[in-house]
Design a protein around this ligand. Structure first.
Ligand code: SF4
Ligand code: SF4
Length: 441
């Protein structure tokens, strides 16, 4: 028996969620057909390249926190690897004839629901560590497409995804609530927060997390834009950048979420789109949108941390010197997969803070444990809290006085997991910290 088969998640403890009324056979067919559709030369070469060195296991916070071999990253795509070897790989004939790779069953796919969703934040740390450069996070994404097609997505994540794709969007982020929220914050803070200007150089977006939980970041972003003297607007045609399609595995919903923002930016003639503090939103619009829309975007996409770094560089943003020490949690999608490690550090330095880097930092930073939709899956909480312990220990070891990050999902995980594990630290939003210390002119 191979090490992979030995690590199968036997005696499944996690319940399986199902959507739709497909027969078992239909579910299996839909998963495999979808996987075959996604399957290209690159994925095939990934499937062939694994040398079973196990390096990806230690890179993954879920494996490291539990030492359970079923959480080894490459094992998370095992049913699809099995299908590839049996049906499409160079030795498929032998694998099939001698049943060396048995046919994937629905029971296996159901077992893998927890591995593909509850225990993967799509953080990409395994991808970075793999000596064969296998993009495991990308393979998990493809496997999620197949799981979505088969109606095998954790229900909490499916519900969020379906709500976002609906006419009103996520609860608390519908257009009327958005406009009312912005107007109320604008009045409360005596702050220009323009909505639906016919033309503007910059389209600014927010996220459901900012609208419902972190309005301080919404206000802070407006203060930063105003201080930089930018010609900007929000648009009711496209303002909310969460992209649950990307994390639940529904490509159409992913494309539609991006298309809304793109159409809104084009309508106002924006040359720049500024995204809120969120990693997956950045990944979706900055890197994936040109591919899923099959055309280049006629504007640049900046995360708000990158915008602030530009302000510091051009002298349009000046801060009071805060002093003291800070450590920065690098959001995986912004830094590891997005490459934007310098921008937040430039802002922290401009604030006069001494950065105490965690080890490892930057692209090798440990994930907070909540991304990729994991923070939304209630049943994943015990595992999420275990993964968080690694993050907590890493940050505590820096001895820094303050902790900052630039992603609302990470912020949610820090706030939630921190409270549940009685952590005596709290995380600050980078944009809030910056806006609080703007020098009045
Ligand atoms: S690190 Fe790469 S080569 Fe090694 S087991 Fe994991 S996927 Fe395979
Ligand atoms: S992407 Fe992150 S969470 Fe998912 S398997 Fe790789 S290291 Fe683990």
């Amino acid at each position: 028996m191979s090490a992979i088969m030995a690590a199968r998640p036997e005696n499944r403890a996690t319940p399986v969620d199902r959507q739709g009324t497909f027969t078992d056979e239909e579910r299996l067919k839909r998963a495999m057909a979808n996987f075959a559709k996604d399957f290209g030369l690159i994925a095939a070469s990934y499937m062939e390249a694994c040398i079973h060195c196990g390096a990806c296991a230690r890179a993954c916070h879920f494996y490291t926190a539990t030492e359970d071999p079923k959480y080894t990253p490459i094992l998370k795509v095992e049913p699809f690897k099995q299908a590839y070897k049996r049906e499409a790989g160079p030795f498929a004939f032998f694998f099939k004839t001698f049943n060396l790779k048995p046919k994937v069953t629905l029971a296996e796919l159901e077992e893998w629901q927890e591995l593909l969703f509850d225990s993967c934040t799509l953080c990409g740390r395994c991808t970075l560590i793999c000596p064969m450069a296998i993009d495991i996070a990308h393979l998990v994404r493809m496997a999620r497409h197949a799981m979505f097609a088969a109606g095998l997505v954790p229900q909490d994540l499916f519900d969020r995804s379906a709500a976002q794709a609906g006419p009103l969007g996520l609860p608390g982020a519908d257009p009327d609530t958005f406009v009312a929220r912005v107007r109320a914050l604008s009045a409360e803070h005596q702050l220009a927060m323009p909505v639906d200007k016919p033309r503007a150089e910059v389209l600014v977006c927010t996220s459901e997390a900012e609208l419902t939980r972190y309005p301080d970041a919404l206000v802070a972003t407006a203060k930063i834009l105003n201080r930089m003297g930018l010609d900007w607007t929000y648009s009711t045609a496209g303002y909310e950048t969460s992209n649950y399609g990307i994390i639940s595995g529904n490509e159409r919903w992913q494309r539609e979420a991006s298309a809304k923002i793109i159409a809104a930016a084009e309508k106002v003639g924006a040359k720049t789109v500024v995204l809120p503090e969120c990693g997956h939103d950045y990944q979706a619009l900055r890197f994936e949108a040109p591919n899923v829309m099959d055309r280049p975007l006629p504007f640049r996409v900046l995360h708000v941390a990158e915008l602030m770094a530009e302000g510091v560089e051009h002298g349009t943003l000046k801060f009071r010197k805060v002093g003291g020490t800070v450590t920065f949690h690098d959001p995986c999608q912004l830094v590891r997969r997005g490459g934007a490690a310098e921008a937040p550090r430039k802002v922290l330095e401009a604030l006069g803070l001494t950065i105490k880097e965690p080890w490892p930092a930057g692209e090798l930073n440990w994930c907070c444990g909540g991304g990729g939709g994991v923070v939304d899956i209630k049943r994943a909480e015990p595992l999420r809290l275990k993964a968080f312990a690694i993050k907590r220990e890493q940050l505590d070891a820096t001895g820094a006085e303050r902790l900052a990050t630039s992603c609302a999902s990470c912020r949610k995980q820090f706030d939630d997991a921190g409270a549940k594990t009685r952590w005596d630290r709290s995380v600050e939003s980078l944009v809030v910290l910056a806006a609080q210390n703007l020098i009045e002119e």
